[in-house]
Design a protein around this ligand. Structure first.
Ligand code: GLA
Length: 575
């Protein structure tokens, strides 16, 4: 049995003063078969702790339906085996560039408040997830030393009854290690997000002296802890690739440690937003400006890159950490990569021909139902409606489109609409059939607009008139095993393409899609995520454990315009 405590403004582990040298790594962003390698890399960089969030929406996709529940505990056990302590941040909100900040899309009630309906959902999830944290605390022979209450709540609200309920709920479910909150280093964040009797920590990327001085004004007695030292950053589609200079980041880390503080590197290893889990942000000081979806890679320019290799930042951090904490263990070898290769499709089928196999049942309604009303988290919805006639030609408008749509008039593509972009001029005379294929690109995960719905949320206007009477077919893109491929390879858009990849010995690789437009890729049934010619990301990481010796199945759903070939490359292109 161990004790992790705070005494005289310092952390103590089993009585001895202890500095937490932690790195963030999310168990849900790295294939479980690779956890051990990445955790060994964290240890080898000189860290003594790993930190992870818990994404509620991954674990409870529909109310009361739980999945992948043992992964958190398995990850904590793998960390313990690697000689790492653990910090758990169970939300319920996590931000993290994760869809909807981790909140399930089906939630009812006022999110992130003490609204009883919302709290009921939180409590039921905590009942299910927290036992595996409680039983792995240091006090019970495990490795969990700290648990977070909410996440940067001061950036969002000021409902202290809500934070109190969460803190009490953690205690009531057996959490006995120190609790903490984490917030930006400014008065308004700290007065909104902290809880009396619960440690306060701050998040920042630079100027530790100023950040800790602000924390000190609010918490003269709490140990100094930077819970998120942003040593890299993430990317949005259509925007510049973000990097953080290794030398600059190492100098800030050194200063944090000189000040006697504990630290959590955000991220130590970023990983990947597989499937449809990437979130989105809104620009501007109030996070209510232009909408920016996050890319599939979560490499984060972190010290340990997306495929687990050490970067220059790794070596710089290792050197700094070793000066404060002694020589770390040896660095594990970098995993192998497959040789470069070019693949051509062997089969294809149009989305229209595949619809019966991949779409859910048709729903009819006077206005286009949202994704959430259709019970759909992500993917596509094919809406179909009529323009009455005879009538002259007027413009079609999609106010409140979330997030991207192909508009077809009488079966012919008339325009591609995008959220927050100028609408293409699509004029239609009636009578005509209008189909709108809407793609969801990830829910906003930060700021006042968290908790948005997807679809045609402002309806469809013909001139100024709402078009009513819609049918909608949800296309979840979760299971592509039933796609009815034909042996002919078409070159049409909005089609599935099948490739075969022969592998002698599975190893990591990156998929490049030169000339392809926008879509999704599955490897042996596992959805790697979204790709988009807009960049900055131009390759998708394929972890070795997804591949098998022999023939592997790669499926691409291309929404805009297919090209001829796919390429395997040993190195990523993120910019
Ligand atoms: C905040 C959040 C994190 C993450 C970072 C940016 O600090 O707490 O979840 O979103 O910003 O990567």
């Amino acid at each position: 049995m161990g004790v992790f405590s705070v005494e005289d403004g310092a952390f103590r582990l089993d009585g001895a003063e202890f500095r937490v040298l932690s790195g963030a790594m999310h168990y849900f962003r790295t294939h479980p078969a690779q956890w051990r390698h990445r955790l060994a890399m964290l240890r080898a960089m000189g860290l003594n702790t790993v930190e992870t969030y818990v994404p509620w929406n991954l674990h409870e996709p529909r109310q009361g339906e739980f999945r992948r529940m043992s992964e958190l505990g398995d990850f904590l056990d793998a960390a313990a085996e690697a000689g790492l302590l653990a910090i758990v941040r169970p939300g319920p909100y996590i931000c993290a560039e994760w869809d909807n900040g981790g909140l399930p899309a089906w939630l009812t009630g006022r999110i992130r408040t003490s609204d009883p309906e919302y709290l009921g959902h939180v409590d039921r999830f905590f009942d299910r997830i927290l036992p595996q944290v409680a039983e792995r605390q240091v006090t019970r022979g495990g490795n969990v030393i700290m648990v977070q209450v909410e996440n940067e709540y001061g950036s969002y609200g000021s409902d202290h009854a809500y934070l109190r309920h969460l803190a009490d709920g953690l205690r009531a479910r057996g959490v006995e290690v120190p609790l903490f909150t984490s917030d930006g280093p400014a008065d308004w964040y700290l007065t909104g997000g902290t809880v009396p009797g619960v440690l306060a920590t701050v998040n920042f990327g630079s100027d530790p002296d100023r950040a800790f001085a602000t924390l000190r004004e609010h918490r003269p007695d709490d140990p100094l802890f930077c819970m998120e030292f942003w040593c890299g950053w993430f990317d949005h589609w259509g925007q510049q690739h973000m990097t953080r200079d290794a030398g600059d980041a190492a100098a800030v880390l050194e200063r944090i440690l000189e000040l006697g503080a504990s630290v959590n590197l955000y991220m130590a290893h970023g990983g990947t937003n597989f499937g449809t889990w990437a979130g989105a942000n809104q620009t501007g000081e109030r996070a209510m400006g232009d909408w920016r979806p996050t890319v599939t890679s979560y490499d984060y320019d972190a010290p340990i890159d997306e495929r687990g290799a050490p970067t220059e930042k790794f070596w710089r951090f290792r050197e700094v950490l070793s000066r404060f904490a002694g020589e770390p263990p040896e660095v594990p070898p970098v995993p192998d990569v497959l040789p470069a290769a070019t693949l051509r499709p062997v089969q294809s089928v149009s989305l229209r021909e595949a619809l019966e196999a991949v779409a859910g049942p048709e729903v009819s309604a006077p206005v286009p139902p949202s994704f959430e009303e259709l019970g759909l988290e992500h993917g596509l919805v094919l809406y179909r409606g009529e323009v009455p006639g005879p009538r002259g030609a007027y413009r079609l408008r999609l106010p409140g489109l979330r997030d991207r749509a192909h508009v077809l008039v009488d079966g012919v593509l008339a325009g591609v609409f995008e959220r927050d972009a100028e609408e293409p001029e699509v004029t239609v005379s009636g009578p005509a059939t209008v189909e709108v294929l809407v793609e969801s690109m990830g829910r906003t995960n930060y700021g006042p607009l968290t908790g948005e719905s997807k679809g045609l949320t402002g309806g469809v206007l013909h001139h100024q008139q709402y078009l009513n009477g819609w049918s909608a077919r949800p296309i979840p893109l979760e299971d592509v095993s039933a796609v009815p491929f034909a042996d002919e390879v078409s070159d049409g858009p909005r089609s599935f393409f099948r490739f075969e990849l022969e592998v002698a010995e599975p190893a990591d690789t990156f998929l490049a899609l030169p000339g392809w437009g926008k879509g999704y890729v599955w490897v042996n049934g596992f959805c790697l995520g979204r790709y988009w010619a807009e960049g900055p990301q131009h390759t998708l990481y394929v972890p070795a454990p997804l591949l098998r010796s022999g023939t592997n199945d790669i499926i691409v759903l291309e929404l805009d315009q297919p090209a001829q070939t796919l390429h395997l490359t040993p190195t990523p292109t993120l910019s």
